[in-house]
Design a protein. Structure first.
Length: 461
């Protein structure tokens, strides 16, 4: 894997003695956009230190060119195969105009033999790269394990969940039919009274209740409770809640009250409340089983199990799958505001790795707000790039901390609550794996990270 020259821990910028040695031994070269510095399988190539521009590293996997990372100014390429004497394992191609210093292969090997400053610098970089590869392998193993669990859960849970959904639907239908039949044979009611009850049921089925805020719902229940109490209805408190949830209001009860009088009114209201309560229980069962299927599907989407190569990724599906992973934290005091550009085409990307990015950014936002506030998620297109912004209404990031957030192992969280690697992983995935960029702006009440991704990286043919 590749390293960012701004990462002082893993690969510092070129020290003066290294830079001086490279200048003495290096030949200035300029590469045009798309021009290769070296090609996979080639044996005749040299060592390069980048001065400006970017070099995208790819490897042929089947019929696809997989992007492994991006080199930037101050970084070097070509050392591993030169030391091993083998062919180049990857292709390095200029992204835009590139300036570099070229050190001939024999000269580089001589520097390594005498342990020159450049040699020590290259070894330091190779050690850091190995550590990064190992860290990413561990991360992939975790995702692969989660993906296998998701596949198992999907197999074990989807079938019984689907059966439970069908049963809930049938329970609703059968209970309604049974109540209709019971009403037909109930001699306490006249035909007009039965018709009044059935008309109300039909009206409630045709017009599902509109969601009410907590205060309006409470006011409606209080009004129904008072009406039921005045008319001598037993267990009025529970029945008022059932009626309110089903969309029954005072005008409905007044119509029934005009048709049903005395003991018949109590019997009719009891019949209606039982019917509505059974329907609501069936709804709860159906929603619960649907939630199980949705969560299993979200985990499968989140892991992108068995799909390591780049592929077309729907960024909105990716974001929603990640948000589903945080449902337990979003259901309390967090308001999620989405502003999606629904015309966005799909990205060419590593889906599982992008979900790691969204996870880290969303988790940081929720931590900053202490699960109380507004989480903003938006997407838009700008040219051949997709912008994804994730923001929060937390207290913001102070200037002294803002300059250090990309440092590995830097964290403001308490001991044991954070490793300090979250944003470091974000930076690596966006810049090196996808050739994108990430920006952050912060002020009290408005902190956001903007991820800029190419719709499809320029890959060699």
């Amino acid at each position: 894997m590749l390293h960012d020259s701004t990462d002082a821990t893993l690969l510092p910028t070129l020290p003066p003695d290294v830079l001086e040695e490279v200048k003495q031994e290096g030949l200035p070269r300029t590469f045009q956009p798309g021009e290769p510095l070296f090609a996979e399988g080639a044996r005749d190539y040299d060592f390069f230190v980048l001065l400006s521009g970017e070099v995208r590293i790819t490897q042929r996997v089947g019929d696809e060119d997989q992007v492994l990372g991006v080199y930037r100014p101050g970084e070097f390429v070509g050392e591993l195969a030169l030391l091993s004497g083998g062919p180049a394992p990857v292709t390095g191609r200029a992204v835009g105009a590139v300036r570099a210093l070229q050190v001939k292969a024999d000269t580089f090997r001589q520097m390594m033999a005498v342990c020159s400053p450049l040699a020590r610098f290259a070894v330091q970089g190779m050690v850091a790269r190995r550590q990064e590869v190992e860290a990413q392998v561990r991360q992939h193993e975790k995702l692969a394990m989660l993906g296998r669990m998701a596949a198992g859960l999907a197999h074990e849970l989807n079938n019984p969940a689907a059966a439970a959904r069908r049963s809930a639907q049938q329970l609703r239908e059968k209970s309604l039919a049974a109540h209709h039949q019971a009403l037909t044979y109930d001699s306490r009611f006249t035909d007009p009274q039965r018709e009044a009850l059935l008309e109300l049921v039909s009206e409630l089925q045709a017009s599902p209740p509109k969601p009410l805020d907590a205060l309006s719902q409470s006011d409606l229940e209080d009004a129904l409770l008072e009406w039921l109490g005045i008319h001598g209805m037993s267990q009025a408190y529970g029945r008022a809640a059932t009626f309110a949830a089903a969309g029954v209001d005072l005008p409905h009860l007044e119509v029934l009250g005009a048709s049903l009088e005395g003991p018949v009114l109590a019997a009719g209201l009891e019949w209606l409340e039982t019917l509505l309560a059974l329907a609501q229980l069936a709804d709860v069962l159906e929603v619960g089983t649907s939630r199980i299927s949705s969560l299993v599907s979200a985990v499968s989407q989140y892991t992108y199990v068995d799909r390591e190569a780049p592929q077309e990724v729907d960024v909105h599906t990716s974001l929603e799958a990640t948000l589903a992973m945080f449902a337990h934290r979003l259901s309390g005091g967090v308001t999620v505001r989405r502003d999606y550009d629904t015309t966005l085409p799909k990205l060419w990307a590593h889906g599982g790795e992008l979900n790691q990015v969204w996870s880290n950014l969303i988790e940081n936002a929720l931590d900053a707000m202490q699960d109380q506030g507004t989480l903003r998620v938006s997407t838009r297109r700008r040219g051949d790039e997709v912008y994804v912004e994730i923001g929060d209404s937390g207290p913001g990031i102070s200037e002294d901390i803002l300059g250090r957030i990309w440092e590995p192992f830097f964290t403001t969280k308490a001991m044991g609550q954070g490793t300090g690697l979250g944003l470091d992983i974000v930076l690596r995935v966006i810049e090196r794996r996808h050739g994108g960029r990430i920006h952050v702006e912060s002020a009290p009440g408005n902190t956001f990270f903007r991820v800029e991704l190419p719709l499809k990286p320029e890959l060699p043919h």
